[in-house]
Write a protein that binds this ligand. Structure first.
Ligand code: IPM
Ligand code: MN
Length: 363
């Protein structure tokens, strides 16, 4: 298979973890005889300083041509970020436009902890000793993120607005994605909402429940988002299966899930649109540890596996990467974010050595 991939390294630890993702991609190329042509383009805060925009026009045209996009995390230290006008910052002027451009409505965020390395979790052993296996599916291009905004400055600091709208077709398509995902797993889906307060949540639920009728093989549960926040730390395994979340609630709850795992360094993600999309780690750019070769590249490498699976339908290749990620941790290796006082020094891997190990397992 031959594909063109746009690579947006991003900021902070972005370039060093993307490098490991690419290392693993090269190992897959060699093993299976694929050819992936990579085109590196500027994106994020560093692109603002080098090219005057977080999402420069030349990057847009490469992404338009690409079969898929690999994206690293974005954002620099606060002092650097403060030099960028609010409306030009990477969240508003980079990430959201990227999502909108490719209509990447389906955001897959796996919350996976194997029982062989469950001690990484921040939770008590008895809660996680059997592992966790949840696929959080977050709607990514609707809701309050993309609604009409009124900034406080424009009303003399008298009021401010963020509108939240969901259209029927937006809810339908993400619900179908989630139910289909559930069919391929343990056939349990948990729909998350705030229907005791929000009209958009009542609307969301009504449509999700309509769609549920087409998937009679899937067990449908529904739960308030505040209760999810509570239940997730009390007993995460009850959610094993698929969780369906709207954009804003999904942003918060997926980060909480990273907290259960003990690190966002174990949270890869895929952002899938009707034609194509991009993959990215669900964490930030950690400028404080950038360039030190200690960042955990798991999320980035897992994101590369997602790209192969979701955009190129290379299931065997992807599962080889997932297996290698699991095996490295099973074998007791740790990146420094998940090492603890019991981790032997020689088992603590640098960013580059983590990537080397995965590539070795793939060979
Ligand atoms: C995420 C991030 C983004 C979001 C930010 C950086 C715009 O937190 O992908 O979870 O809020 O969606
Ligand atoms: Mn987030």
């Amino acid at each position: 298979m031959q594909k063109m991939i746009a690579v947006l390294e991003g900021d902070g630890i972005g370039p060093e973890i993307v490098k490991e993702g690419v290392k693993v991609l090269n190992a897959i190329e060699n093993k299976f005889g694929h050819k992936f042509n990579l085109e590196y383009c500027p994106f994020g805060a560093s692109a603002y300083f080098s090219d005057g925009s977080c999402f420069p026009e030349k990057t847009k045209s490469v992404c338009d041509e690409a079969d898929a996009i690999i994206k690293g995390p974005v954002g620099l230290a606060v002092t650097e970020m403060n030099k960028i006008p609010q409306a030009e910052r990477p969240e508003i002027a980079g990430i959201l436009p990227l999502r909108e451009r490719y209509d990447t409505f389906a955001n897959y965020r796996p919350v996976y902890l194997d029982k062989s390395y469950a001690e990484i979790s921040t939770l008590k052993e008895e809660l996680v000793s059997e592992g966790i296996d949840i696929m959080m599916i977050r709607e990514l291009v609707g809701g309050i993120y993309f609604g009409k905004k009124v900034e406080g400055e424009s009303t003399g600091m008298e009021y401010s607005t963020d509108e939240c709208t969901y259209k029927r077709k937006d809810v339908e398509r993400i619900a179908h994605v989630a139910f289909r995902e559930a069919q391929g797993r343990n056939k349990i889906i948990t729909n998350v909402h705030k229907s005791n307060v929000l009209a958009t949540s009542r609307f969301w639920n009504a449509i999700v429940e309509e769609i549920a009728k087409n998937y009679s093989d899937v067990q449908y549960n529904s739960i308030l988002v505040d209760n999810v926040a509570f239940q997730l730390v009390k007993n995460p395994r009850q959610f094993n299966g698929v969780m369906l979340l709207e954009n804003m609630q999904g942003d918060i709850i997926t980060d909480q899930a990273g907290g259960l795992l003990g690190t966002l360094g174990l949270m890869p993600s895929a952002c899938v649109g009707p034609d194509k999309g991009y993959v990215e780690p669900a964490h930030g750019s950690a400028p404080d540890i950038a360039g030190k070769n200690i960042a955990n590249p798991y999320s980035m490498i897992g994101s590369v596996a997602f790209m192969l699976e979701k955009f190129f339908d290379l299931k065997e290749e992807a599962s080889l990467i997932w297996d290698a990620l699991k095996k490295v941790l099973k074998d007791g290796y740790r990146s420094s974010d998940i090492a603890d006082k019991n981790t032997p020094k020689e088992k603590i891997l640098s960013t580059a050595d983590f990537g080397n190990k995965i590539a070795e397992y793939i060979k």
